[in-house]
Design a protein around this ligand. Sequence first.
Ligand code: FNR
Length: 400
Amino acid sequence: MPARVSAPRVVNIADLRRLAERRLPRVAFDYVDGGAEDERTLRENCRAFEAVTFRPRCAVATETCDLRTTVLGVPLQLPFLLAPIGSTRLFYPLGEVHAARAAGAAGTAYILSTLSGTRLEDVKAAASGPVWYQLYLVGGHDVARAAIARAKSAGFSALVVTIDTPVSGLRERDVRNGVRELASRRLWTMLPYLPQLLARPRWLAGFLADGGLMKFPNVVLPGIGPMPYADVGAALEKSVVAWHDLRWIRDAWQGPIVVKGIHTGDDARRAIDEGADAIVVSNHGGRQLDGVPPTLRVLPEVMAAVGSRIDVLMDGGIRRGSDIVKAMCLGARAVLVGRAYAYGLGAAGEAGVTRAIEILRTDLIRTLKLLGCRSVADLDQSFVDMPADWLKPTPHPALR
Ligand code: FNR
């Protein structure tokens, strides 16, 4: 492990975040770090873990801890996967390739975003573990069908359909930092925002050597080719996923489908009715609708709605292995981590992602030992206390 991401310099994920802030220009750091509007949901996602406390069983000898789980029937060495994050080449040259490689080396899965800057075939070739493809319908159904066919023939093993993005959330930091202006490629428009890039010459050299502002090679527009970076916001608005879309997506994919962006028990049941094989309780890391509750808070409601009918994953606010343990105690089969590894990527590329995974892995083992629990498979609600009203079922609107 390189010294720049080893202890004592890097002890936890917050340290990787600090290093990422130092290496990246403000516009790139804030893109990963920020959330929508007042960032209430972003903050609450993390804070919710504080409301859940442990009930350890002491004087239990746990020499070894088993972190393995299965998701969609596929065994993983770790109970966390790397979440889809768009535009990771902004953080590090060939960002997706490094993240996928680090995930595979650790024995877990990597989820590639539609809005990534690397060809999905190249990401699959670099990964030694399972890779899933996250689908947005940007460019329309035919463009999405083509990407689905490519992902299928490249060997992606699950399709993750994100349903919480009918429009991009208002990420105010991005507006202030000039994301739109910098993507315009017009020098005069970009000019006021260029000093932040020049203030990070090492990042800038890597970014330019990596080809500068990327295109999206997995969104191939007819007559145009890979979608240019500037079109993202508008393209998302034109690409709403509705429940009925799951039918043609399922027909095109013919494999396991994961619905990401479940906020309520009702939507969880609906996802099952529409044929989902797994769901991700997620609010997009607080980047979409500000004011929705933290995901950990809605996990009990979702578990009560779906029981063990399908695999329930969750994401949002996970910065420590103990957070993963809490989510699993409340019923998650595994979690996705987003910023935790993206900070690592921004701090030091693949070594940073590997370090983030290692931090979470050692946290998990330590937490299980302190809890007196030998395996993540044995985690349940008896290991935690949570606020009493978290279990209160939310009545369906028609019954209120
Ligand atoms: C995301 N997320 C996301 N989700 C998705 O389905 N497709 C995408 O392209 C992206 N892009 C993206 C970019 C950035 C910079 C971030 C931080 C997040 C959401 C992501 O998959 C996941 O739901 C959250 O990151 C989970 O929250 P934490 O772990 O970041 O707190």
